[in-house]
Design a protein around this ligand. Structure first.
Ligand code: PEP
Ligand code: MN
Length: 337
């Protein structure tokens, strides 16, 4: 439920109400507005007598939250969340482009790609050190060595870095290197991993599960926020459908739907959505026009020899051209790059 405080409520009134709620086993999430404060209270409603709460000083009204996702939904928080990663803001007027290879393969290749991604104007460098591969015989990633290479590339380029964590046992290690933790599509339903990442203190980039509904995806985000992490970025990366011409089907409708239901920023991954570098440009433009807050794109200097996802990776020149072509599209929808 949402407890709306009146405009003359004092800090003491808010504190008293929060202690009352927490004594009843509720978790409270105050949102301080310029005029009024609202407090999201999550817990077992049967334990509470709303009439008693209504008589407490400073309380104006109590509104139930109808949707199953409480913290990530717009009912509790109408204002868009902007996730700040150093000086990079995700979810504001300026769009954010993330680029880099699927996997960190070796120091030399990664540094080369990193400098090209930076020159093209991207703000965040992607790379996988732990790869969730369909086959156990495929390259699984350089693990901590890969994280070290990424951290060095951050020093060299000034880009922020994002990398995936696939196991709860690695969350602490991965968070000690990365700026943003990625939860991949295959792990969107791994609730322990969501909770652990929620406690990491790092922003979490949550990819939509391969066959997840938007509600299931938002519930996964709810796990992260319930664990104490407000800095969540959603990523639409295509869903599995009957269509086989592309690796997945980009669910472009997910962008306005998520924008309506949630205050969290949404980034689109046209690389995993299409599985083919030739379609990345068109999907990127469509995503920005539909209201996405940015893109995450796979880039490789030599896609033919990439250890994973080469067929969907752009060469740096095409990546750079794409960013230029996106500028007027962003401008047309009141955004910038
Ligand atoms: C990736 O980003 O390289 C990746 C494995 O993505 P997804 O989880 O969307 O398949
Ligand atoms: Mn990939």
């Amino acid at each position: 439920m949402i407890i709306v405080m009146n405009s003359s409520a004092t800090r003491q009134d808010i504190d008293n109400l929060e202690s009352k709620l927490s004594s009843l086993g509720f978790k409270t999430h105050p949102i301080y507005g310029s005029v009024k404060t609202v407090i999201g209270a999550i817990g077992d409603k049967r334990l509470i007598n709303t009439q008693t709460l209504l008589t407490m000083p400073g309380v104006e009204k109590i509104v139930p939250i109808m949707k199953p996702f409480k913290l990530v939904g717009r009912e509790l928080k109408q204002i868009d969340t902007i996730v700040e990663v150093g000086d990079v803001k995700i979810g504001g007027d300026e769009l954010v482009v993330m680029g880099g290879p699927c996997a960190v393969e070796n120091r030399e290749t990664f540094f080369e790609i990193a400098s090209k991604v930076s020159e093209a104007g991207a703000k965040i460098l992607r790379g996988g050190a732990y790869k969730p591969r369909t086959s156990p015989y495929s390259f699984q990633g350089l693990e901590e060595e890969g994280l070290k290479i990424m951290a060095e590339a951050r020093e060299q380029t000034g880009l922020k870095i994002i990398t995936e964590v696939i196991d709860t046992r690695d969350v602490e290690l991965v968070s000690s290197y990365t700026d943003i933790i990625q939860i991949g599509a295959r792990n969107m339903h791994n609730f322990r991993l969501l909770q652990e990442s929620g406690q990491s203190g790092k922003p979490v980039f949550l990819k939509r599960g391969i066959s997840a509904t938007i509600e299931e995806w938002l519930m996964a985000a709810e796990y992260i926020m319930d664990a104490g992490n407000k800095n969540i970025i959603l990523c639409e990366r295509g869903i599995r459908t009957y269509e086989t011409s592309t690796r997945n089907t980009l669910d472009i409708s997910a962008i306005p739907v998520v924008k309506e239901l949630s205050h969290l920023p949404i980034i689109v991954d046209p690389s995993h959505a299409s599985g083919n570098w030739k379609y990345v440009s068109a999907l990127s433009k469509g995503a920005i026009a539909a209201g996405a807050d940015g893109l995450i794109i796979e880039v490789h200097t030599n896609p033919e020899s990439a250890m994973s996802d080469g067929q969907q990776s752009l060469i740096p020149r095409n990546f750079s051209e794409l960013i230029n072509e996106l500028k007027p599209v962003a401008g047309a929808v009141g955004r910038s790059i």
